[in-house]
Design a protein. Sequence first.
Length: 117
Amino acid sequence: QVQLVESGGGLVQAGGSLRLSCAASGIAFIFYDMGWYRQAPGKQRELVAVITSGSSTNYADSVKGRFTVSRDNAKKTVYLQMNSLKPDDTGVYYCNSREMRIRREYWGQGTQVTVSS
């Protein structure tokens, strides 16, 4: 059974930091690209950051220079370090795993991040 379990969300003031974690089980983690998405109230889910199986990274323009995605293959965990948070960063953050060769994709349940002004 595949599970992606996010943690680390919460309430923080603007300018603050949070570190999200996503622990994976039931997948061959090293072969999966791992991503973070977020969904604000009334908006579509959007890509925040992705780290490939080869550890290449890509970020949404809105978070470049503030967020850092990383992975620990031994722990089967992906992280999202979020600094200089803004109220616009508020939303539910979802962990995503994707293996294109076998067309497998999984989602976590999400963790709430709220940034107050």
